[in-house]
Write a protein that binds this ligand. Sequence first.
Ligand code: DGL
Length: 247
Amino acid sequence: MKAGVFDSGIGGLTVVKSLIEHKLFEEIVYYGDTARVPYGSKDKNTIIRYAIEAVEFFKNFELDIIIVACNSVSAYALAEMQEVSDIPVVGVVEAGVAATAKKIQNKNDEILIIGTKATVASKAYEKGLKELGFHSLVAQATPLFVPLVEEGIFGGKVLEATLEHYFKPLKKPSAIILGCTHFPLISEAIGGYFDNEPVLVHSGEAIVELLERDFVFDSRFASTRLRFFASDNPSFLKSVAKRWLDT
Ligand code: DGL
C-alpha cells in the first residue's frame, strides 16, 4: 500500500512517524504546503481550495489512499477532498473522535480539545464527540504552540508561559485531544501542566487505529520509502524529517 500524507507544513511528520512505526505502508509521499502555512488562521473556503489542490498534486503518484494529517484541513475540507479524489481520503478528526471514545468510557468526563483557531472554530471534534454521547467538552485555540514547535522549543520558560496563558483559566480535563499536528512534540509539557495526568489523544496514533479498523493491510513493511515534497523550501522539510523521524 502506498499513501499520500498531506499537511499544511512540516507538522504532519508526527503522523508519518506513527505510520512508519506501525509499518503500514511500503511508500509514503508527503506533501507539505510550506509556502502557505499556517492554515489554522485561514478561513474555510481558502482551506478547501488549498486542500483540493493537494488532491490534484497526489494524482501524479500511484497511491492507494490519502491521509490528511492536518487537523484544520480534516475539520473543514475532508468531504470536498473525497469528492475530487479517486482514492479514499481519511482525516485525523474522525480518527481522533474514535480514539477518544476508545480511551474514555465515562461520557461525563471533561474533554479538552486544543487546536488552531480554524479547527476550534469548526467545532468538528465537538460534533463527532456529541454524536457519541460526550457532553462535557471544552475547546481552546492554542495557536502559539505551532511557531514554538517550529522553532524547536519543546520546553523551558517561553513554553511554560504559553501553557499558563492558555490553560490557567481551565478546569483539569480527563482527556486532551491534541488537535493539531505540532502538539505531539510538546505532549509531555501539555499533559504535565495538569496534575491529574489527563489522557492524551494523538492524531498519529488515532489515524493508525482508524486505518487498521477500516482497511485491510495484507502485509507489514519492514521499512517505508519516504518521498518529501513541499511548496516552498523542501530542504527545510527534509532536514526536519531527518531530525523528527531519524531517517
Ligand atoms: N497542520 C495544522 C493543523 O494540524 C497546524 C499548522 C497550521 O496552522 O497550518 O491544524
